[in-house]
Design a binder for this molecule. Structure first.
Ligand code: AMP
Ligand code: MG
Length: 416
């Protein structure tokens, strides 16, 4: 039997992303509900920020030309706390002013109070000479009126919510959360809590993928519909996938997509829609399936749900989710950035054998800031993923010597 050639990960990712049209159904949500959501339309500034020239310091607003020498003393003609607006600054006087208060017309600089001395007669002596414009925050210096303050496709961060709030916006339009049905497959699986660990029958294992994948999908903005455990049975798999496709945007399964006769997911998806099954040239994580399931008995007008089949091995399932499922569900939300940025760090380990597959090694930084590998890189060892801070992304056929710069993907960036 000839073996199918391995598909490069980049090709699989491109094929998957080509199918990820942003879902319809954006809606406005309150700012406090919008963290992590994807902005569905450009946010155009309805005003400038700050609205007026204002003081960056507690001190005195002056005409800088009137304080040409250190030691100049001038009377105080008005007091402008934050929240109030002063009047035009009288010639030959200064204004007491506080941080954030608008500059009075005529003033062109702020002298901070630490550089001033209040004299017994009430005048203020300036111990430093101000530069024109000093400690003045210019109107519009943060955001210009009518400018694009936030771009569609941005995943909203606390900072972005602050910027929207500074424009007076109480709500933002965000992409709909993808509704994702999550299934585990396999007769060997037991749900934690359904049986005491010491009573687990021989041949069974606890279902760990469910918890990994459900948590990841939630972090990536999805609404997860728990599809439970599918038995290794074709009819049951058929019923469950067909039903979930009716009201979900995406069906995700783990395991059961190899080519053994106990792998029922593949033929069922082929029957209900279409499926590409790839052996991806990555390690861990070879089998990966992608396709769709048609709704309502195959009526094309009823639409379809996307389908992604992840491998069963826990580490493979996690890593294929990070590198393929994450970009896909972010693209469904219209995110403009779906790939993590590359970080280059120094290896404090070596890879002395070439591998034909691109490898994702579980690694973390040591005290010197260099990367160490978890000792056991086997795809069944979930411990490695808890120990690690991220993945070294090592291209196919690449040796690594100690001191080499390697591409590192921190989990902290993949888990959001
Ligand atoms: P399969 O693709 O069905 O051959 O599964 C590959 C391996 O992954 C087998 O050792 C399974 O027992 C294991 N596996 C499958 N699903 C899960 C799961 N939900 N949690 C933990 N291990 C799993
Ligand atoms: Mg199985």
């Amino acid at each position: 039997m000839s073996r199918a050639p391995l598909t490069p990960l980049e090709d699989a990712l491109a094929a998957v992303l080509a199918q990820a049209q942003p879902l319809p159904g954006a809606a406005f949500v309150d700012l406090l509900q919008a963290d992590g959501r994807v902005l569905a339309a450009d946010c155009i500034a309805p005003l400038q920020v700050p609205p007026l020239d204002n003081s960056a310091m507690d001190g005195y607003a002056v005409r800088s030309a009137e304080v040409a020498q250190a030691g100049t003393a001038l009377p105080v003609s008005q007091r402008i706390p934050a929240g109030q607006v002063g009047t035009a600054l009288q010639v030959g006087t200064v204004a007491r002013i506080f941080t954030g208060a608008p500059l009075p017309p005529g003033a062109d600089a702020i002298v901070m109070q630490e550089d001033c001395t209040v004299l017994d007669d009430g005048r203020v002596r300036f111990d430093a000479v101000p530069q024109p414009g000093q400690f003045v925050r210019r109107a519009g210096q943060d955001i210009a009126l009518g400018s694009t303050a936030l771009q569609a496709g941005l995943r909203l961060t606390p900072a972005a919510l602050g910027l929207a709030a500074s424009l007076g916006l109480a709500q933002l339009p965000v992409a709909r959360r993808p509704r994702v049905a999550l299934f585990s497959t396999g007769d060997e699986l037991a749900l934690p809590g359904s049986i005491a660990p010491q009573d687990l029958p021989p041949g069974h294992i606890f279902n760990s993928n469910r918890y990994v994948l459900a948590s990841l999908l939630q972090r990536w903005g999805c609404e997860v519909v728990d599809g439970g455990i599918l038995p290794d049975d074709r009819a049951a798999t058929h019923t469950a996938l067909a039903r979930a496709a009716e009201d979900c945007d995406l069906l995700v399964t783990s395991a059961g997509v190899s080519v053994g006769e106990e792998d029922h997911v593949r033929p069922v998806v082929e029957q209900l829609g279409a499926l590409s099954l790839w052996k991806i040239a990555m390690k861990p994580g070879k089998p990966f399936a992608f396709g769709h399931v048609r709704r309502s008995g195959g009526d094309p007008a009823a639409g379809r749900a996307h389908f992604i089949g992840l491998p069963g091995n826990p580490v493979s399932s996690l890593i294929t989710a990070l590198v393929l499922l994450r970009p896909f569900v972010l693209a469904l939300q219209g995110a403009s950035v779906v790939q993590p940025p590359a970080h280059w760090l120094t290896a404090d380990f070596e890879i002395t054998q070439r591998d034909s597959r691109r490898e994702f090694l579980r690694a973390r930084r040591n005290a010197a800031g260099q990367l160490e590998l978890f000792a056991n890189q086997n795809s069944g060892v979930l411990t490695s993923t808890v120990w690690a801070e991220g993945l070294v992304d090592n291209p196919a056929q690449t040796l690594i010597a100690r001191g080499d710069s390697v591409r590192f993907l921190p989990f902290s960036e993949l888990l959001t």
